[in-house]
Design a protein around this ligand. Structure first.
Ligand SMILES: Cc1cc2nc3c(=O)[nH]c(=O)nc-3n(C[C@H](O)[C@H](O)[C@H](O)COP(=O)(O)OP(=O)(O)OC[C@H]3O[C@@H](n4cnc5c(N)ncnc54)[C@H](O)[C@@H]3O)c2cc1C
Length: 517
């Protein structure tokens, strides 16, 4: 399937039923995390849950990012849900249409659609300690819930930098995550801002079409070869008929990828990766001047290592200009850089990433005193075991603080969290618990351990400024360890780490005299 072709519509639209006034559990988001959580609830016999999704379909990241060349950079046998292997992947690194189609199929096959409310955005959530309920305001109306699970995505809010004059630009502007497929780039002068994971995928796709491509690079990325290939018919048949073979392949990829963490966790080992990346760069960019511009000045992994076989050669094409001077302002039809050069452009495409360390969902979720998670996190994002937050009872955050990865599939992390949430819910049910909230000291101890592990990693000692680091200079996005350690840490729920309160007795109905008063 060509990269930009969108999958055939499966009838995934939810029933369209009105939002009920209460649900036991509300999940926000229908990407990998939200769907994994919903399947786990369903399999444990829970039916009283809803998934609120602001988009018009399920799929999260993979519904929204439809830019040309969009694909995963972790092999699909691992970058998929452990309980829903897909024998039909057509290549080792699947393209966006296939991944989106896969997620839609999971939602349908796992019978989740009647739980999904599409076009329903969570606008505000307030915890009410008296009733032990979350009061939710959504674009489809209000409702309450005992438990709120945020699966709103670590990379779901596109970030566009503030550039003087941008608002006066009269050409076309869009972000890679909201690609305008109606807009024809043929013969245009196009500015691409950013050389991150998305840009290196779409730049080689659009370069042959455009008249001129100005690629604005703030920092060069380390690029490694992408060992992508088509999966053969034999492999697909094997995986379909011998599921154990696919499980074995997943395990091989999983453990292979865990070894990728070693030079990231020990900055002194990073020269091994650097040597391989330099060989790739030398092979792909013969021009020494261009190569110098494309050589990063920090350790590989400090910013995400990118996989591509066609990005570096594309930068050397005659109609591509790599611009390393900072942008000073944007005029009505041109971009001017710090050295005073003005470049006329018709379209500006932002490949500038997402709001990772300031997620908008945090502005919307409030504790019993009306303080938002964002206010609480003003110091830095912090959660207990990446999942629960002191001061916010009965809230679980999937792919929350310090759960991101530089070396393997984050779906592994989300699934570990799903197991943890399940254990917590089982504990609550078994012991008549109405609210759980992590003890501050437990949360602090967890985060102190995480930050201790962060020392000596490429993320803190690699010499770069990256989106992994928040406004306080703290690394609050990434998990600084192997994923098997995270899985182990979340495999059981330790009630001693939590403040627990029994289920509150229902308030007596007011007497007629009280009502009259
Ligand atoms: C282009 C791209 C490629 C990537 N490739 C990889 C990869 O190869 N390997 C890897 O490990 N990771 C990759 N990632 C990271 C990716 O974000 C995660 O792997 C994963 O998809 C996250 O799933 P999620 O369900 O947590 O979040 P998302 O997929 O972002 O889903 C969140 C959902 O929540 C919804 N939502 C948000 N706020 C609200 C609200 N207030 N009300 C209602 N709904 C809301 C959104 O509409 C969205 O549908 C990639 C990310 C991008 C952008």
């Amino acid at each position: 399937m060509p990269a930009t072709e969108q999958p055939e519509q499966i009838d995934v639209l939810a029933s369209g039923a009105a939002l009920p006034s209460h649900a036991d559990i509300v999940i926000v988001g229908s990407g990998f995390s939200g769907l994994a959580m919903a399947v786990a609830l369903k399999r444990s016999g829970r039916e009283d849950f809803l998934i609120l999704e602001r988009g018009s379909d399920v799929g999260g990241t993979w519904r929204d990012n439809s830019y040309p060349g969009c694909a995963c950079d972790v092999p699909s046998h691992l970058y998929s849900l452990s309980f829903a292997p897909n024998s039909d992947w057509t290549s080792t690194f699947s393209s966006q249409p296939e991944i989106w189609q896969y997620l839609r199929r999971v939602a349908k096959q796992q019978d989740l659609l009647s739980h999904v409310h599409l076009g329903c955005e969570l606008e505000r959530a307030d915890y009410d300690g008296d009733t032990q309920r979350w009061r939710l305001e959504t674009s489809s109306g209000p409702l309450s819930a005992r438990v709120l699970i945020a699966g709103a995505g670590p990379l779901s809010e596109p970030a566009i930098p503030e550039i003087p004059g941008l608002e006066h630009f009269e050409g076309k502007i869009f972000h890679s995550a909201t690609w305008d497929h109606e807009h024809d780039l043929s013969g245009e002068r196009v500015a691409v801002i950013g050389t991150g994971a998305s840009a290196i995928q779409f730049v080689p796709q659009i370069q042959p079409q455009v008249q001129k491509l100005h690629l604005f690079q703030r920092t060069a990325p380390w690029v490694m070869p992408r060992p992508d290939r088509k999966l053969t018919r034999f492999e697909r048949l094997l995986y379909r008929h011998v599921p154990a073979a696919q499980r074995a392949m997943r395990a091989i990829i999983y453990w292979g990828r865990e070894t990728y963490a070693i030079p990231l966790l020990r900055v002194r080992l990073s020269p091994i990766t650097e040597k391989a990346a330099r060989v790739h760069l030398r092979r792909q960019v013969p021009d020494a001047v261009l190569r110098a511009k494309l050589t990063p000045d920090y350790k590989p992994g400090c910013k995400r290592i990118l996989l591509s076989n066609d990005f570096l050669p594309t930068v050397g094409r005659p109609n591509v200009e790599l611009v390393t001077d900072g942008i000073k302002w944007v005029g009505t039809h041109a971009i001017t850089t710090a050295d005073g050069t003005e470049r006329p452009v018709d379209t500006i495409i932002f490949g500038t990433g997402f709001h990772v360390t300031d997620p908008p969902i945090a502005e919307r979720v409030h504790d019993a005193d009306g303080r938002s998670l964002a206010e609480r996190w003003n110091v830095s994002l912090e959660a207990h075991r990446g999942t629960t937050v002191a001061g916010f009872p009965n809230l679980f955050v999937l792919l929350g603080p310090n759960t991101g990865l530089g070396h393997t599939s984050v779906v592994v992390m989300a699934e570990a969290q799903v197991t943890y949430v399940q254990r917590a819910l089982e504990y609550m049910d078994a012991h008549g618990i109405g609210t759980i909230e992590p003890r501050r000291e437990a949360q602090s101890a967890w985060n102190a351990r995480v930050q201790r592990r962060m020392k000596g990693t490429v993320w803190t000692a690699g010499g770069c400024a990256s989106w992994y680091i928040d406004h306080n200079g703290r690394s609050s996005a990434l998990w600084p360890d192997f994923t098997f350690r995270f899985r182990r840490a979340l495999s059981r729920f330790d009630a001693a780490e939590y403040r627990l309160a029994p289920v509150a007795a229902p308030k007596p109905e007011p007497t007629p005299t009280e009502v009259a008063a």
